[in-house]
Design a protein around this ligand. Structure first.
Ligand code: ATP
Ligand code: MG
Length: 553
């Protein structure tokens, strides 16, 4: 079953379970709480859960962990489904923890009947005091020894809505002196008179995470319930509840969550960025959400590759954002067609090119993929080139334009820079050049060799576009770990908009989301804000890792 690649620790566990015949097939689940959009950290969990089931021939459920009525919304459910599908995975069943409310209620009754749960009138403050700290034993609630009959009646009345929020809770009766705080009579149910996105006003009591999660796993006969490391101390409670309820023995395994440099990952923090207007929405291309990466031009393949490369660890670490950028660069290099775009234009006039003449020159769509074919680009004697491709006083090893130097215009001719003109403010206005007619690419008999090649667009033919250049949203590597509010570390220059860049005319037909390499400039994709009259491109990633670490003072 194992491939050349080393198994991760969860695969080892699964292979051992399958080998001893503990299970014939595995079942995993991806259990998002629908209280926000999925982020790249969730992608790691998705790739892991779905990937394991694919590898071992099992199945994966998509289970919405929707037991908290206050923060959950249908908009989030829809976006989560779209994102999982986009990543390339199909769930066996779409399930909701809220569909188990009746069953979970029955489980709670069973615990009460077994003398293992009680209704507590203590307030949350009183319960916190009872629990004390891990270094000293807690004290038992004065309501702990209520009779089974009384507990059953009170719990039924909780469900019937006879009490206000916070008036009572249902607690498991485990061990108030356990060194594990989660076993000190944990709360299983609380009263919350709130509207639920699916069950409406049917319920006014809601199970807590620990009482819903493992039980839902068990109801679905999940064999390997994979979660992040912070749930390690919850595992004894997970096992206790399953054992006492005598239900399917799902098992919990924990791996390290993904942390990425220059990124915050918690949905609570991402929601603040959205609500407080630091970004334009959950899919603002600077966000680490999957919808933002999609809009920015990332491919599902690149994200899956990234998740594969980072692997599965048992210890927390911080992954370099550069690795994610490397993965998308690699993929787009293979699949994105090349186009020319001039982001910071200056005019270049070829003085010996016949006025009024134009040509259609053939150029490759992708040198990495011959099947991508060629296209024709219009050429004329008046061109846009990048301002940065000219230097009045050339530096050493300058192979681009300067007075007297020669370069090749990509897929066109060799030109020589003869002169330049400045405006009244001393800014470069235009460059005057002459071309070598017999140097046309593909039919070059000039015998001239030049070291530099620059891109260009014919002024008369070029289309225009708005171009959005994104940089990291945070200035520091680990904003969540810095002192004070993480928002103090937002990079004020994370978005730079070029209102009017020039692009090849063929780009007018691009479809939203279509991806290109603008040669020498990076990878770009057409944004969803684009219209036929006003094209908008997002920069997905630069061609090289150009980020210089800000030195800490
Ligand atoms: P957040 O703190 O961002 O809200 P969460 O864990 O509360 O995250 P859930 O919707 O409850 O979000 O998570 C669904 C699944 O995704 C869980 O199994 C969770 O462990 C996993 N997950 C969440 N964040 C990460 C991460 N950064 N890396 C890996 N897995 C993650
Ligand atoms: Mg959560």
């Amino acid at each position: 079953m194992s491939e050349e690649k080393d198994l991760n620790f969860i695969e080892e566990i699964i292979e051992a379970d399958l080998n001893i015949g503990k299970y014939h097939t595995i079942r995993t689940r991806f259990p998002p709480e629908p209280n926000g959009y999925l982020h790249i950290g969730h992608a790691k969990s998705i790739c892991l859960n779905f990937g394991l089931a694919l590898k071992y021939g099992g199945e994966t459920n998509l289970r919405f962990d929707d037991t908290n009525p206050v923060t959950e919304e249908t908009e989030y459910v829809d976006s989560i489904k779209a994102d999982v599908l986009w990543l390339g995975f199909n769930w066996a069943k779409e399930l909701y923890a809220s569909d188990y409310f009746e069953q979970l209620y029955g489980f709670a009754v069973k615990l009460i009947q077994k003398g293992l749960a009680f209704v507590d009138d203590s307030s949350s403050e009183e319960i916190a005091i009872q629990k004390k700290s891990p270094s000293e034993p807690g004290i038992e609630s004065p309501y702990r020894n209520r009779s089974v009959e009384e507990n059953l009646e009170l719990f039924a009345n909780m469900r019937l809505g006879k009490y206000e929020d916070g008036a009572k809770v249902l607690r498991a009766k485990i061990d108030m002196s356990s060194p594990n705080m989660h076993l000190r009579d944990p709360i299983l149910y609380r009263i919350k008179h709130a509207h639920h996105h699916r069950t409406g006003d049917e319920w006014c009591i809601y199970p807590l995470y620990d009482f819903a999660h493992g039980q839902s796993d068990s109801i679905e006969r999940i064999t390997h319930s994979i979660c992040t490391l912070e749930f390690i101390p919850h595992r004894p409670l997970y096992d206790w509840l399953i054992e006492k309820l005598e239900i399917f023995p799902s098992k919990q395994y924990e791996f390290a969550r993904l942390n990425l440099t220059y990124t915050v990952m918690s949905k609570r923090k991402l929601l603040q960025l959205v609500n407080e207007g630091y970004v334009s929405g959950w899919d603002d291309p600077r966000m680490p959400t999957l919808s933002a990466y999609r809009r920015k031009g990332y491919t599902p393949e690149s994200i899956r590759e990234f998740c594969d490369r980072i692997g599965v660890q048992k210890r927390e670490n911080l992954i370099d954002l550069g690795l994610l950028e490397y993965c998308i660069r690699e993929h787009l290099n293979r699949i994105a067609e090349r186009r020319m775009a001039v982001l910071d234009p200056v005019k270049l006039i070829i003085t010996n090119y016949p006025e009024e003449q134009t040509e259609e020159l053939s150029t490759e769509n992708n040198p990495e993929n011959k099947d991508a074919g060629t296209r024709m680009v219009p050429f004329s004697g008046t061109l846009w080139i990048e301002r940065e491709d000219f230097m009045e006083l050339p530096a050493k090893k300058w192979f681009r334009l300067a007075p007297g130097t020669m370069v090749r215009l990509k897929s066109a001719y060799i030109i020589r820079c003869d002169d330049f003109v400045k405006d009244e403010n001393g800014n470069l206005k235009e460059i005057l050049a002459s071309y070598i007619p017999e140097s046309r690419s593909g039919a070059d008999s000039s015998g001239i060799h030049v070291k530099g090649t620059i891109h260009w667009l014919s002024v008369a033919h070029a289309a225009t576009a708005e171009i959005r250049l994104y940089d990291r949203l945070f200035k520091v590597e680990n904003p969540a770990m810095e002192e004070g509010d993480f928002k103090e570390y937002i990079n004020p220059d994370s978005l730079h908009i070029i209102e009017r860049a020039y692009i090849e005319p063929s780009l007018k037909d691009a479809a939203a989301g279509e991806k290109f390499q603008f040669i020498r400039k990076g990878y770009f994709c057409l944004d969803t804000d684009s219209t036929a009259e006003h094209l908008v491109f997002n920069r997905t990633v630069t061609l090289k890792d150009g980020w210089v670490k800000e030195t800490k003072k």
